[in-house]
Structure formats: structure tokens, C-alpha cells
Design a protein around this ligand. Structure first.
Ligand SMILES: [Zn+2]
Length: 545
């Protein structure tokens, strides 16, 4: 990298010592809200465990330099206790193992050159907040627990984790509505179903609901419908949409996706409908993809700073938002409308805000390794993740705290902001259709009203319920005024937020165990002069001296 005559090293040196002025996009008021909530122990499960992050470098008696990590410590103790892991009830408890292990290494006269011991509280969490209208990253938090070093691992920007059902929207329903002629009223049979390799597609509830609209499938996060839908969309097109939504950690079956065993991975397959992908995604990229939906379908790469000046005031780097359309405005509104139902009466009811409408989607991997909620208001998009750094399963008592955190943070962010609704574009209209076929209703049809892109409104009449009606209507052209105006919301009593993805199939799990204990806000520093948190206040100045 060489920007305006500076190498990366020179630029980094300048950044930390050379009097550069960095205009970050961080909003200190919002960042403080995240910092405060993440520092509050009452926002986490009562049971806290501590995961060891350990690095030791020694010089042995022959003068060789040797390095040891926590994984080797784990193997050392697994000789005696096969169940030994790196999670401890207290840092003190963990330290006794570190001391024993270190003593065993130093027994031959080796001398310590460097040592790092850190215990990160578990389960962990990360959060990002983006202003979808500008792409500005307003706040980030890379974990709970004390920050131990800057420029170390940040769970919001560096760690990749499986996205679970949050991916249904961006990999499957977005392309289905945007260019495959499907609508929120399009129905699929929710029934026992298998992947091409014969493994079952499991619903979280282990039950099936028969004929199901895409709207209801989004609301209740129904896996069978998502997989069937991606089959129609095709996994290749789904992957193309994910690329357009800005994900940079996907596998495309190229040389770069070859693992140590020579297997070449690709995310162009059906498990991607449920977020079962090769390497996972970062929190901030998932947040940015939903921000694109919130921004009428226009993606903006997350922006952390707007410009960097040197000590003479020369502009070294200027960062401008480049928008690209990923989905139509109408598609964005339809997805938003369905995701409002997720929050009103689906799997995300814990994330309702009293002071603003919310659209969003839950995500849970099948073994409860990763829990997500990504949602947005007319103002901001926020993604929250929780899980263990070592990818352990989250226990029952730890499966909802991330949603409570999302609600607390977003409630505070929106305090005092004028209430707004999500705006319906002119390209979307409301229409009554048959609930089971998604076509224009006849007498005898169960009728719902639904939003449609004006280009994909049904033009044919339902032929399924024609003979069902007792008072058979011989007039084919049923007057639309007959249509009952039911609300679109089907009754869904099952709002349980069970783990809703099935990562069966071929996704690897994440590879990000290890580092820990960094709240890692990249945009640290600086104070907000007028502290009013308005959008116009987004670029405030931080001086690094
Ligand atoms: Zn019908």
C-alpha cells in the first residue's frame, strides 16, 4: 500500500505519532452507549467463564527461541484429563494451569523472553452500528471485558462467524423477489425435505406447516422454505447477491478456497440459504448488508473515516461513499415489511423498540454456536453477535442476552429522534390475493392482502379453491370489491426463537478461537464537540499526537 507517498509503515507511524488528523465517522455519543452497555455485567448471563489466551516465548539452554500457545497448553493437560478445555471459572483458576505449564517448560533451564496471559469473559458479544444513509460506521464494539491492547483482534471487524438465518434474506429472498418473479405471497410447501445428498433440512421447531408464504417463512424463519426457495433462485445467483451485498469472506471454489487437504470450497450451495458457509462473516459486513436493504437497496462499503490530514493540513486520504444498487427499492421495501413482522410477531419480538419501528432478522446456528440479531430502524442499522470464542455451544440461559443488548442500545440511540415509518416507494402496491396460491382470489379463497412490486403483481386467478365454495360463484371475474381485507399477518403462535438454521451439509465451522479480551473500537479517541449525535455531526475530528 502506498498512499500519497507514504508506505503503510510510514502511514501507521504517522497515525500514532506524527500528528495526523483523522476525521472518523464514529459518533462518540453512540459509541459511549455501546461502551456503557457492554461494561454492565447485568447485561450478560450470571454465569461467566473465562477463556485463556496465552503466548509464551522462551530461549532454551541451547539458545533456540521457542514459542508456545494456549492450544499446546490444552494438549498438555488433556494427557491427564481428555475433557480439559481453556474455559475457567475464574482467571485465578486458569492462572494455576498457566503456572504449572510454564514450570514444565522452564524445567530444562529455558528462560522467558515474552509472555502474554489474558482471560476473556465468555460468552462473548460484538456489535456494530451503521448509518445506512451514509455508510458511516457510528460505533463498534469488539467484545466484552477489559481492553488489553489496541490493534488486536476485534470480534466486530476481524472475526468471522457463521451467520445463521440472517443469511436467508441476503442470499435467498433478496434475489427471489428481486429478479426471480417471486413475491411475498409466493408459497412453498413446508414439509419434510432433503438436501440433494439425502441429509434432512430441519426446521428449528421440528414441525411443518404446509403451504407457507415467503412472508410467513421470513417471519418464523422456516428452513425448509428457504432451502426450496434457494433451489429455485439457484445457489450461484444467491452467491452473486452475497458478493454484491459486500461480503468479502465467501468461498467461490477458486484456488484461494483450497484448504490444507486440497479440498476446494464454494458457498454456491443450498446450505448457504441457512447461513452454513465455509468461513463465516464479520459482524460489520453483515451489518452493512442489512444497511443496504435499509438504504432502499443501495450498498455502501462501511466507512470508518472520511479523511486523514498530515500536520500541514494536506489531505492524505479522502474517503467518499460509493453507492451501488444491489436490489430494487421495491425489493428493499418488501423485505423490510416482512422483517417488520419478524419483530412484531416472529422470532425477533424481543427486539421491538417502544420509540421506533424495527425490521430485522434473527440468526442461530443449529448447535447454538452463534446467535445474531441484525435489524434496522429508519435511522440506524445494528448487528449483534454472541457466542463463545472457542465456538462452544451456548447454554440455554445464554441464548437471549444479545437481543436484550440490541434493544437496550438501540432504544438509547433513538431517544429524542422524531418517530418515522419505513417509506413505501411508488413501485409497491397493496393487493388482495389467495393466501395459498398467491394468485388473484375467487370466492372461496382464503384472502390476504400483501405488498407487491407493481411489476410482479399476479394477473391470474386462483384455480385451487374454485370448487370449494358452497356458494359457487359462476361469474369468473369476481369483483375485487368482494375481497375481504384481511391483514397480511397470519397467525403465528409459535414465536419461539429456537435455533433456526441447519448447517448440515458442508460448511466448516469457524476458525477464530484464540484471541480475546479486546473491546477493539478502531475509531477510538476524540470527543464530540457538541455532543448532539445528529447526523450532521458524524465527522468529528480526532487528533493523534
Ligand atoms: Zn385460492
Amino acid at each position: 500500500m502506498n498512499i500519497k507517498g507514504y508506505t503503510k509503515k510510514q502511514a501507521t507511524n504517522l497515525l500514532y505519532s506524527g500528528g495526523l488528523k483523522v476525521y472518523t465517522t464514529q459518533d462518540s455519543k453512540i459509541q459511549n452507549i455501546l461502551d456503557e452497555e457492554y461494561a454492565d455485567p447485568s447485561n450478560y448471563p450470571d454465569t461467566v467463564q473465562y477463556e485463556l489466551d496465552y503466548a509464551l516465548t522462551v530461549t532454551d539452554p541451547n539458545g533456540n527461541q521457542l514459542s508456545y500457545r494456549e492450544g499446546m497448553l490444552q494438549l498438555y493437560f488433556q494427557n491427564e484429563d481428555p475433557d480439559f478445555d481453556l474455559l475457567f471459572d475464574s482467571p485465578e483458576d486458569g492462572q494455576t494451569y498457566v503456572d504449572k505449564y510454564k514450570a514444565s517448560i522452564l524445567a530444562n533451564g529455558s528462560k522467558v523472553l515474552a509472555e502474554r496471559v489474558n482471560f476473556a469473559p465468555q460468552p462473548q458479544s460484538s456489535m456494530s452500528v451503521i448509518d445506512q444513509h451514509t455508510g458511516y460506521v457510528k460505533a463498534l464494539i469488539g467484545g466484552r471485558g477489559e481492553k488489553t491492547a489496541s490493534l488486536t483482534l476485534n470480534r466486530a471487524t476481524d472475526t468471522t462467524r457463521q451467520p445463521g438465518s440472517t443469511f436467508k434474506i441476503v442470499s435467498t429472498y433478496a434475489p427471489a423477489l428481486n429478479e426471480k418473479g417471486m413475491t411475498l405471497a409466493t408459497t412453498f410447501e413446508d414439509e419434510p425435505y432433503e438436501y440433494p445428498d439425502g441429509s434432512p433440512v430441519n426446521n428449528a421447531t421440528r414441525s411443518y406447516n404446509g403451504t407457507t408464504t415467503i412472508r410467513t417463512a421470513i417471519q418464523n424463519s422456516i428452513n425448509v422454505v428457504a432451502v426450496k426457495c434457494l433451489e429455485k433462485v439457484t445457489p450461484e445467483l444467491g452467491l452473486k447477491y452475497l458478493d454484491n451485498f459486500g461480503f468479502t469472506t465467501l468461498a467461490h471454489g477458486t484456488e484461494a478456497d483450497k484448504d490444507a487437504n486440497g479440498n476446494v470450497w464454494s458457498d454456491a450451495n443450498l446450505a448457504t440459504a441457512l447461513g452454513g458457509i465455509t468461513r463465516g462473516v464479520t459482524n460489520v459486513e453483515l451489518c452493512a448488508s442489512y444497511a443496504a436493504i435499509a438504504n432502499n437497496g443501495n450498498y455502501i462499503k462501511p466507512i470508518y473515516y472520511t479523511k486523514i490530514l498530515d500536520h500541514n493540513g494536506n489531505v492524505l486520504i479522502e474517503n467518499t461513499a460509493a453507492e451501488r444498487s444491489v436490489i430494487k427499492e421495491s425489493t428493499a421495501f418488501l423485505l423490510t415489511s416482512a422483517m417488520e413482522d419478524v419483530v412484531k410477531q416472529g422470532t425477533g419480538t424481543a427486539c421491538q423498540l417502544d420509540n421506533m419501528p424495527v425490521a430485522g432478522k434473527t440468526g442461530t446456528t443449529e448447535a447454538y454456536n452463534d446467535l445474531w440479531f441484525v435489524g434496522y430502524t429508519p435511522y440506524y442499522t445494528c448487528a449483534v453477535w454472541s457466542g463463545y470464542d472457542n465456538n462452544e455451544k451456548l447454554p440455554d440461559y445464554a441464548r437471549n442476552f444479545h437481543k436484550a443488548l440490541w434493544k437496550k442500545v438501540m432504544t438509547r440511540i433513538h431517544e429524542g429522534l422524531p418517530s418515522k415509518e419505513f417509506e413505501k416507494p411508488a413501485s409497491v402496491e397493496k393487493l388482495s390475493v389467495c393466501e395459498e396460491t398467491g394468485l388473484l382470489p375467487r370466492a372461496g379463497c382464503p384472502v390476504i392482502t400483501e405488498y407487491f412490486d407493481v411489476g410482479t403483481m399476479p394477473t391470474e386467478y386462483c384455480d385451487q379453491h374454485f370448487y370449494d365454495s358452497d356458494d359457487y360463484d359462476y361469474n369468473y371475474d369476481t369483483d375485487s370489491s368482494d375481497q375481504t381485507d384481511n391483514t397480511t399477518d397470519t397467525d403465528n403462535s409459535e414465536n419461539s426463537d429456537n435455533g433456526d438454521t441447519d448447517n448440515s451439509g458442508d460448511s466448516n465451522n469457524t476458525d477464530d478461537n484464540g484471541n480475546s479480551g479486546d473491546d477493539g473500537t478502531d475509531n477510538t479517541g476524540g470527543s464530540d464537540d457538541n455532543g448532539d449525535g445528529n447526523e450532521d455531526d458524524s465527522s468529528y475530528q480526532v487528533d493523534y499526537y
